[in-house]
Design a protein around this ligand. Structure first.
Ligand code: ADP
Ligand code: MG
Length: 460
């Protein structure tokens, strides 16, 4: 508890921190908590999985007043899942304080949210859309919200949410304390953000050139577009992930790939914004319960999610920006575990991969695709292990007379092989995927003409 004790925290907050198993503050918590307690506006940039939630959550727990039934603190987050995850952690941090935390997100019944607000809620964690809804219905007021946090701030201030966030902030007190948290903070977003902050300080723990977590092994596979699904299944079969988080570019592709993988016998689920709230919650629950081996998602759906079991992040579609790559691979190797990040790249996307490498300052290793022979060998080993176990357990004695009868006409080895094929089905035929090496990919010349210079076009 060392450093937590020296922060001047309420004993009930300390008790909650201890109950959560936090022994000492993470670096981002060490730097952020004292400044937030002093009331400073902050822009905080730290790698995923470094404990940013508690970095703002502990000061909120310390500073909201349990006896005051008004909403005093607001945390905005981009997705429903993240809203729930943050609300849960804040509820734990405030568990001995008599402070109430309410998650507010679309798709949930208004009824519960309204009743809860009537009883008095000190901290609201919300997605912007539903929050505005409740404000417009006059069920929720932010006139007393002295603390505002934007979690995944760059996403919140990006085009999709910016207008909503502005409307929300305009209805909070001028003298509020505002803080922004994210792993990445592109300059244009930062410039925009400073309009909402007063004399902000910037705390940066993730240097732009050391953004990736060192325990993540990063590699990429090269193949033509039409072999991507086959390549993915080969990777899944050879890596045997505890939980793989697979990213696609669009909701539609997430849904399609999810179905495709289910059809091929994987415990796969999809997570994207067009699903109903009930569906999304069911998926998250199954995932946390260990029933899912592949979770296919969009960037937005997976932002900020803390699922410690993610052993592999697979970019089925290579992200268009290095920031997105960083966020994605930050979903694995959480809390010191090892993790693997794999990117599928088509020849024309190789330049995109190079751009990501140079933004990151680290090379991403090229690997040849697992060969069919390797997969078959793995499958055979799996069957052999299974058969050995059955032999040891000795539940087959009843079938011996049958085999004895057959052995009058057939070789016992043939009979055994036939039985194995009956048990496992015919050997699966796998298409060969043409291997491509990076050296073979011709450097592509820009196919577009350079932009015309200003003033050459005809004036209208
Ligand atoms: P981030 O928002 O930076 O991606 P989270 O806030 O989701 O990270 O935290 C990641 C994990 O680390 C969570 O499971 C959280 O409970 C855990 N954690 C946070 N702070 C500490 C701490 N001081 N000691 C141990 N574990 C912590
Ligand atoms: Mg977070």
């Amino acid at each position: 508890m060392g450093d937590f004790l020296s922060m001047g925290l309420n004993p009930r907050v300390l008790r909650a921190v201890a109950a959560m198993g936090f022994e000492e503050p993470t670096p981002v918590q060490q730097q952020t908590i004292p400044r937030l307690l002093q009331g400073v506006d902050l822009v905080v940039q730290a790698q995923t999985g470094t404990g940013k939630t508690a970095a703002y959550g502990i000061p909120l727990a310390q500073r909201v007043k349990a006896g005051d039934p008004h909403v005093q603190a607001l945390v905005l987050a981009p997705t429903r899942e993240l809203t729930l995850q943050v609300a849960e952690q804040l509820a734990q941090l405030t568990q001995f304080l008599g402070v109430y935390v309410l998650p507010v997100y679309g798709g949930q019944s208004y009824d519960h949210q309204i009743r809860s607000l009537r009883r008095g809620v000190q901290i609201v964690v919300a997605t912007p859309g539903r929050l505005l809804d409740l404000m417009d219905k006059r069920v929720l007021s932010l006139e007393q919200a002295r603390f505002v946090v934007l979690d995944e701030a760059d996403e919140m201030l990006d085009m999709g949410f910016q207008e909503d966030v502005e409307r929300i902030l305009s209805r909070t007190p001028q003298e509020r304390q505002t803080s922004l948290f994210s792993a990445t903070m592109p300059d244009p977003i930062l410039r925009l953000a400073t309009r909402y902050l007063s004399q902000p300080e910037r705390i940066i723990l993730s240097q732009p050139r050391a953004l990736t977590v060192p325990t993540v092994s990063q590699s990429y596979f090269l193949m033509h577009l039409q072999f991507k699904v086959e390549a993915l299944t080969r990777i899944l079969d050879t890596r045997a992930p505890e939980l793989a988080l697979v990213f696609c570019a669009t909701k539609r592709m997430v849904a399609d790939l999810g179905r495709e993988l289910q059809g091929r016998g994987y415990h796969a689920e999809a997570l994207h914004g067009d699903m109903t709230q009930g569906q999304r919650e069911a998926v998250m629950q199954a995932t946390r319960a260990g029933q899912v081996e592949v979770l296919v998602a969009t960037d937005v759906a997976a932002r900020g999610l803390d699922i410690p079991e993610v052993s592999h992040v697979i970019n089925f579609d290579i992200p268009q920006e290095s920031d997105s790559y960083v966020h994605r691979i930050g979903r694995t190797a959480r809390a010191g575990r090892a993790g693997e990040a794999i990117t599928l790249v088509t020849p024309r996307e190789l330049s995109l991969l190079r751009a990501i490498e140079s933004a990151l300052g680290t090379p991403i290793r090229h690997e040849p695709l697992p060969a069919v022979a390797e997969l078959e060998e793995r499958e055979r080993q799996g069957m052999a292990a299974h058969l050995r176990q059955v032999l040891l357990e000795g539940q087959w004695a009843d079938f011996r007379p049958l085999v004895e009868g057959l052995s009058e006409q057939h070789d016992p080895l043939d009979i055994a092989a036939a039985a194995v094929s009956l048990a496992y089905g015919p050997a699966r035929l796998r298409p060969e995927i043409p291997q491509i090496t990076p050296a073979e990919v011709a450097p592509t010349r820009a196919t577009y003409a350079p932009r015309r210079r200003f003033g050459r076009g005809r004036r209208r």
